[in-house]
Write a protein that binds this ligand. Structure first.
Ligand SMILES: [Cu+2]
Length: 480
C-alpha cells in the first residue's frame, strides 16, 4: 500500500445519539494505524446516474460496462471493469413509485448481467444467470419501484460462475430508493460502499491461477484483499459539523469479507437494513455487516470542533481454522470522520418511531423449506440451472429453515423477495426488518418467513460469498 503509516493518538471521544448515554468503549489501539490521507480524499458519494426522461415518475438511465484503466490505489494504475468508467459505478437514485428503465450496453469481452440486489422486480429484469448479456450486446432492464421499499440496495453482475471475478474487477454500484414520505428529517445523506481488493506489484488486480495455493484459499474463504476501500478510496474523510447529524447508507460489496463496524468514541444508531428502515432506531456498540448486506446509520458530529473519529472494521472470525488469515482480528481503519472547526449546531430531533412493519403471519405458512449449507453445497448439491430446488406458487407464504452445518459462516441471499427473520438458533428476532441478506454463522441456524406476492419466475437463492456462489453454492426457487 502506498499510504504513509503513522501513529495516531486516539482522542478521548464520547458521543451518543440517543437519550441513553453509553459507557466509553475501549478499542484495539494497535500502534500501526493508517493516517488520515495527507490531503484528505473526500468520501463523497459516487456520481448519480443522469435521468434523461422528461416523463413524471420515470427514471431512464444508461449504463455501459467496459474495460477501464483507473487509479484504484494512489499513484498506481489498474485495469478494471467499470460501469460508466467509474468504480464504484454511478448510483441509481430513485423514488418509490418510479418506473425505471436502464439501457445497458455490455462492452466487456465476456457475458455479464446486472442484478438489482434486493429490488422486488419481474424475473426477466433480475439479471440472474438465466439472462446473460453477450459481449457487445445491449439490454433494457425495466422495473417499477414499489411503495414501502425505500432503502439502500446495490447492483452488480451475476453471470454464471463469474460473479466474483466481475465484482472484483470493479463492477458494483449503489441504489438509493427514497421514500414518498420519509420519517427522518432532512440531513446530509452519504452512500458508503465498502470493498476490498488485492493487487500485484504492477497494479493488476490479483486473481490467482486456478489450482494455486492462493486460489484454493480464495475458494475456501472467499477472495479477500488487504486494501480496504470506501467508495473506491483508501481511507477517505467525511467532514461533519459538531452537532450535525448525517445519514450513512453502508453497502458491503466485498466478495467474502464480513465487516464488524464501529466508530471510535461513538455509539452507532442504526435506523435500517436491507429493505429499509426499522420500526425504531436501535443503538449498537458495533454492527456486523455481512456480504451484500446494507445498513443505515445516523451519525452525529459529537466530537469537539477540529477533532476526529475513525470508522473501523473490528476483527470477526467467520473462517475455518485451516484457512483463517493470521491477521483476522486486526482492527482496520476505513475512514476518518473529521469534525470541522465551525461552532457546534443543535442536532436535529430523531423520531422515536420510524414506520410500522407488519409481521408476516406464520399461521398462513403453507410450507416449511429446509436449506442445509455445507461447504460449497446446498442440500448436498451444487447448482444446476436446469433443476428446480424449491417449487411454489404466487401468493404463498413459506418458512425457510436455514442451517449451516460447517465451521464457516455462509451469508444467505434470496433474489426477488424480501423476507423477515423469525429466529436465530431458536432465539426470536428482537426487532422487525425486511431483509434479503442473512449471515448464517458457523454451526448455527435461522428461520425466515417470505411471501411470494407476485412475479412468477426462477429466482436464485445462494451463499453470498462470491467464490462459494460461483462454485455452485446456489439453488433455484421457481414461483409459478
Ligand atoms: Cu458460503
Amino acid at each position: 500500500m502506498a499510504q504513509r503509516r503513522s501513529i495516531i493518538v486516539l482522542l478521548a471521544l464520547s458521543g451518543s445519539l440517543g437519550a441513553v448515554s453509553a459507557p466509553a468503549q475501549s478499542y484495539n489501539t494497535s500502534p500501526l494505524r493508517v493516517a488520515p490521507h495527507p490531503r484528505p480524499v473526500d468520501a463523497s458519494s459516487p456520481a448519480v446516474l443522469v435521468n434523461v426522461s422528461k416523463l413524471p415518475k420515470t427514471v431512464e438511465v444508461s449504463i455501459t460496462a467496459a474495460i477501464t484503466t483507473l487509479s484504484m490505489q494512489p499513484g498506481v494504475k489498474s485495469e478494471t471493469f467499470a460501469y460508466n468508467g467509474q468504480v464504484p459505478g454511478p448510483t441509481l437514485d430513485v423514488r418509490e413509485g418510479d418506473h425505471v428503465i436502464v439501457h445497458f450496453k455490455n462492452n466487456l469481452p465476456e457475458a455479464t448481467t446486472i442484478h438489482w440486489h434486493g429490488i422486488h422486480l419481474p424475473f426477466d429484469s433480475d439479471g440472474s444467470p438465466y439472462h446473460p448479456i453477450a459481449p457487445g450486446a445491449t439490454h433494457d432492464y425495466e422495473f417499477t419501484v414499489h411503495a414501502g421499499t425505500a432503502g439502500t440496495y446495490w447492483y452488480h453482475p451475476h453471470p454464471d460462475h463469474r460473479t466474483g471475478f466481475a465484482i472484483g474487477k470493479g463492477l458494483y454500484g449503489g441504489i438509493i430508493v427514497r421514500a414518498a414520505d420519509d420519517p427522518l428529517p432532512a440531513m446530509p445523506d452519504k452512500l458508503l460502499i465498502l470493498s476490498d481488493n488485492r493487487f500485484l506489484q504492477d497494479g493488476a488486480i490479483d486473481f490467482p491461477d486456478a489450482h494455486s495455493q492462493h486460489a484454493i484459499k480464495d475458494e475456501s474463504n472467499g477472495r479477500e484483499g488487504p486494501v480496504l476501500f470506501v467508495n473506491g478510496q483508501v481511507m477517505p474523510t467525511i467532514s461533519i459539523r459538531s452537532g450535525e447529524v448525517q445519514r450513512w447508507r453502508i453497502v458491503n460489496a466485498s466478495a467474502g469479507r464480513i465487516y464488524r463496524l464501529s466508530l471510535t468514541g461513538h455509539t452507532l444508531l442504526q435506523v435500517g437494513t436491507d429493505g429499509g428502515l426499522f420500526e425504531k432506531p436501535i443503538e449498537m456498540k458495533d454492527i456486523l455487516l455481512t456480504t451484500g448486506e446494507r445498513i443505515e446509520l445516523l451519525v452525529r458530529g459529537s466530537d469537539a470542533p477540529g477533532a476526529h473519529s475513525v470508522l473501523q472494521n473490528l476483527g470477526y472470525d467467520r473462517y475455518v481454522p485451516q484457512t483463517r488469515p493470521l491477521d483476522w482480528d486486526t482492527t482496520r481503519d476505513l475512514l476518518t470522520l473529521q469534525t470541522t472547526s465551525e461552532a457546534p449546531v443543535i442536532p436535529v430531533a430523531i423520531p422515536a418511531s420510524l414506520r410500522k412493519i407488519i409481521p408476516l403471519d406464520t399461521a398462513k405458512s403453507t410450507a416449511v423449506r429446509t436449506i442445509v449449507f455445507s461447504q460449497g453445497l446446498i442440500n448436498g448439491k451444487t447448482m444446476d440451472m436446469t433443476r428446480v430446488d424449491v417449487s411454489t406458487t404466487v401468493g404463498a407464504t413459506e418458512i425457510w429453515e436455514i442451517e449451516n452445518v460447517v465451521g464457516m459462516d455462509h451469508p444467505f441471499h434470496l433474489h426477488g423477495f424480501q423476507f423477515q427473520v423469525l429466529d436465530r438458533d431458536g432465539v426470536p428476532e428482537k426487532y422487525r426488518a425486511w431483509k434479503d441478506m442473512l449471515n448464517i454463522p458457523k454451526h448455527s441456524s435461522a428461520r425466515i418467513i417470505v411471501r411470494y406476492d407476485d412475479f412468477p419466475g426462477k429466482w436464485m437463492f445462494h451463499c453470498h460469498i462470491l467464490d462459494h456462489e460461483d462454485h455452485g453454492m446456489m439453488g433455484v426457487l421457481e414461483v409459478k
